[in-house]
Design a protein around this ligand. Structure first.
Ligand code: MN
Length: 203
């Protein structure tokens, strides 16, 4: 079975007025869909057909199949991005909040650093909060690159490609990032990823 374009986990107008229905219609319905379709075209008839997307991403990276890696990683990153967003942000608590306090001197300071890192990233790519060898880190990846092939566990991501924000913010990446961190971070998702990573490494 080919990989599928997953549904958005919220209505396309749920993040208005910050991220418009029109942006989601293009970003999910055209851009993400194209990455899924191109991945399926590239794996058709190969031994990666019928495999889960994360395995396709890892295999393409190991085989240095850049064409497949770019498409498959973009398909994976976008799904992770939709889940990193929430119509209304809740707070962060528990172990992750404590870890953020230790590493970044509090949630406010973390969010400021997170936005700065995204603003200063040159060109297309992704902004991530990852867990790497037990340490929380803010990283960016270029183009379609993804932390999952670098031994890092992503907790949250924000798309830095211009197609993510141009309709709503034109060239102002900083305003787009600020709107997300102020109103639309899915901390539940980040906390779930954090706990799952700790469980996976303590087995
Ligand atoms: Mn995108």
């Amino acid at each position: 079975m080919p990989i599928k374009l997953p549904d958005l986990p919220f209505a396309p107008d749920a993040l208005e007025p910050h991220i418009s229905r029109k942006t989601f219609e293009y970003h999910h319905g055209k851009h993400h869909k194209a990455y899924v379709n191109k991945t399926n075209a590239l794996i058709k008839g190969t031994d990666l057909d019928e495999r889960p997307l994360e395995l396709i991403v890892q295999a393409a990276y190991k085989q240095k199949d850049t064409a497949l890696f770019n498409q498959a990683a973009q398909a994976w990153n976008h799904t992770f991005f939709w889940y990193s967003l929430s119509p209304r942000t809740g707070g962060v608590s528990g172990e992750l909040a404590h870890d953020i306090d230790v590493h970044f001197n509090g949630v406010e300071a973390f969010l400021e650093k997170f936005v700065d890192k995204g603003v200063s990233h040159f060109g297309s790519g992704w902004l991530w909060l990852v867990r790497d060898g037990g340490e929380l880190k803010i990283v960016t990846t270029a183009n379609g690159d993804t932390p999952v092939v670098h031994g890092q566990t992503p907790l949250l991501t924000i798309d830095l490609w211009e197609h993510a924000y141009y309709l709503d913010f034109q060239n102002d990446r900083g305003a787009y990032l600020k709107a997300i961190v102020d109103s639309h971070i899915n901390w539940e998702f980040a906390m779930g990823n954090y706990t799952a990573d700790i469980d996976a490494h303590s087995r």
